[in-house]
Design a protein around this ligand. Structure first.
Ligand SMILES: C[S@@+](CC[C@H](N)C(=O)[O-])C[C@H]1O[C@@H](n2cnc3c(N)ncnc32)[C@H](O)[C@@H]1O
Length: 231
């Protein structure tokens, strides 16, 4: 695997957004070479049900983990759960690998690349929980098809998620919240779990703000928290 580029037979769907930032320092290059093969999974490995051995109680997926802080917190707090993270941005992948190593985590796997390929490869009902935290908003109407939940992703998630499983979504972009809610409400496979009028304002009980949430607050934007149950 050269430079952390994804391997595996399936070609990547077109990716939007940055896939790398600042050039890696020598230590980061070394970390990538050493740690990526230990933690990286391909869609083929996921499809074969070989991501974790022995199989954990549940498998949770985080789409677009950024630098991995939330993924690492979840893995530490839930050692009997397998955490799979997906992120195309190389510098984020390196930061996450450093955290996996620092925390000596055994219950994390990652894929550098597009989440859809991974979700489509997963066995039926594989994920019990899915996190989509501050996905890139693509605010222009003509760019909405670039959003991670566009083009068939909700159907793909419905198949790959266990019945009774939960999808957590948060954004600081009102238009994105409405767009997402409308799409999930139109799906026969999901139910919005809100049971109070201000539910969308409340983060999940064990929630710690991500890097993007901190940025949104600093810039004066609130967030919309949505939870969908897989029916
Ligand atoms: C705005 S950042 C949020 C990062 C992190 N979740 C947080 O809250 O701090 C969105 C992330 O989604 C990633 N991303 C973009 N397209 C993606 C895709 N198709 N599959 C998985 N991740 C994607 C980006 O690289 C970026 O790191």
């Amino acid at each position: 695997m050269a430079n952390g580029e994804p391997e595996g037979s399936a070609p990547l769907r077109r990716l939007y957004g940055r896939s790398r930032g600042k050039a890696l320092r020598a230590g980061q290059e070394r970390l990538l070479a050493e740690a990526l093969p230990l933690f990286s999974i391909t869609p083929e490995v996921l499809a074969a049900g070989q991501a974790f051995a022995p199989p954990p109680r549940e498998v949770w997926l985080e789409i677009g983990f950024g630098a991995g802080e939330h993924l690492i917190e979840q893995a530490k707090a839930n050692p009997d759960v397998g955490l799979v993270g997906c992120e195309p941005f190389l510098n984020g992948v390196v930061a996450a690998l450093a955290g996996f190593k620092r925390e000596q985590l055994l219950n994390v796997r990652l894929r550098r690349g597009d989440a859809q390929a991974l979700v489509e490869a997963a066995p039926d009902g594989f994920f019990s929980r899915v996190f989509i935290l501050y996905p890139d908003p693509w605010p222009k109407r003509r760019h909405r098809k670039r959003r991670v939940l566009a083009v068939g992703m909700i159907e793909a998630l419905a198949r790959a998620m266990r019945r009774g499983g939960e999808l957590r979504f948060v954004t600081d972009v009102d238009d994105y919240a409405g767009w997402t809610l409308k799409r999930f409400l139109a799906s026969p496979h999901f139910r919005w779990t809100a049971n109070r009028a201000d539910d969308w304002r409340r983060p999940w009980p064990e929630w710690r703000p991500t890097r993007y949430e901190a940025k949104a607050r600093k810039e004066g934007r609130g967030s919309v928290y949505l939870t969908f149950a897989r029916l």
